[in-house]
Design a protein around this ligand. Structure first.
Ligand code: FES
Length: 111
């Protein structure tokens, strides 16, 4: 069973953690299932950037991002080449190392 290593995040997961991931499960769902309150302002419909994650290892094992996802990612805080939307990136059979960016931009909340 693949695993996701979440690197420490000041508020959400100060110590970091390692969690089992079902093949086909999204990074966001693995996080939520394990009590990591990763934001998901658009309810996983690829219309926000609050579930932005950076996949430090295993990025290439993920199916490529869609054009819609890339368009959203362009607006994310702290975009990196290995950025993905947590609700769109599905685990395959490889382990991942995931960093949750320090900030998110939640337009729903700002206005
Ligand atoms: S929850 Fe909005 S894009 Fe993932």
């Amino acid at each position: 069973m693949p695993k996701i290593v979440f690197l420490p995040h000041q508020e959400l997961l100060p110590e970091g953690g390692v969690f089992d991931a079902g093949s086909g499960e999204t990074i966001l769902d693995v996080a939520l299932r394990n009590g990591i309150e990763l934001e998901h302002a658009c309810e996983k419909s690829c219309a926000c950037t609050t579930c932005h994650c950076v996949v430090r290892e295993g990025f290439d094992s993920l199916a490529e991002s869609s054009e819609d996802e890339d368009d959203m990612l362009d607006k994310a805080w702290g975009l990196e080449p290995e950025s993905r939307l947590g609700c769109q990136a599905r685990v395959t059979d490889e382990d991942l190392v995931v960093e949750i960016p320090r900030y998110t931009i939640n337009h729903a909340r700002e206005h």
